[in-house]
Design a protein around this ligand. Sequence first.
Ligand code: ADP
Length: 217
Amino acid sequence: MNILFIGPPGSGKGTQSKRLQDRFGLVHLSTGDMFREAIARQTAVGMKAKGFMDRGEYVPDSVVIDLIRDRLSAPDCKKGFILDGFPRTEPQAEALDGLLSGMGLKLDAIFQFDVAKGVLVERLSSRRVCRVCGQTVSQDQVASLASDCPKNPGSKCDFYQRSDDAPEVVGRRIEVYETQTSPIVGFYSRKPGFLKVDADQHPDSVYGLLERALGPA
Ligand code: ADP
């Protein structure tokens, strides 16, 4: 099963990807995570991406398309994948169509995450991410989290604020989404398997909607 998540920053795509990945045995393909890893490892791709990401701008299409082409051809993607954060522009959507048809694959479900802008600003500005397991929580939950880090038993999660979640960058990211990504939502809404999801709800409720739409694992 191959799934596409499309929605603004902070709409919960990453959170739901992690849950569905476990439930359906899929590979989570987050271009944002791939770029953050590339930056941490100081690769050529990471160096190209860093400035754009820090400003809340999109990384150039050619860089993103090359990255996803390589990743989709890896053997683990054969078990099915969740695309989270790609495509975000028209040329990326066209490139994805070409890549999938070249591989004899299709998208089985396309979910649009719909959340009001004010909620996004609030969520992103208070978001904290664990360096070790990648889970995200809001700032006011950090102190009260009782469980250990799932990837580091015996220790608590090591939360930090992503540099592009800084208040001065958040507004720009939402603006870039509206101008560059909103136009491709219309294209996907006409495809089979498309569902618009009200993502301004508790993550468990959003997950319930996705699970029902996908049917049994
Ligand atoms: P969010 O969805 O919360 O904005 P991501 O982790 O998906 O966060 O992306 C972070 C940043 O990575 C984006 O603001 C952008 O700079 C870059 N990026 C990720 N995916 C793409 C893409 N498909 N096209 C261009 N830039 C991308």
